[in-house]
Design a protein around this ligand. Structure first.
Ligand code: FES
Length: 68
């Protein structure tokens, strides 16, 4: 499923990028080019970024706790 049609960014692209870099939301958004075209995806993409980044950070913290 596409999140950004202009830059062909999929739901999985976004989820994977945020899982790899949960603390660099702006970097992920810039690297993938989300919202850099027509801008029509920005509201939807922002909601997904918010959702995935919170989930990724929580998972990242849980991983660190398990490793300690
Ligand atoms: S659909 Fe994402 S910038 Fe146009």
């Amino acid at each position: 499923m596409l999140v950004c049609h202009c830059n062909r960014v999929t739901f999985d692209d976004l989820r994977t990028a945020l899982a790899d870099e949960p603390t660099d939301v702006e970097g992920v958004r810039h690297r993938l080019g989300i919202g850099a075209g027509c801008g029509g995806c920005r509201d939807y993409a922002n909601a997904l970024v918010e959702h995935f980044s919170q989930a990724s950070v929580q998972g990242h913290r849980a991983d660190k706790s398990a490793a300690a």
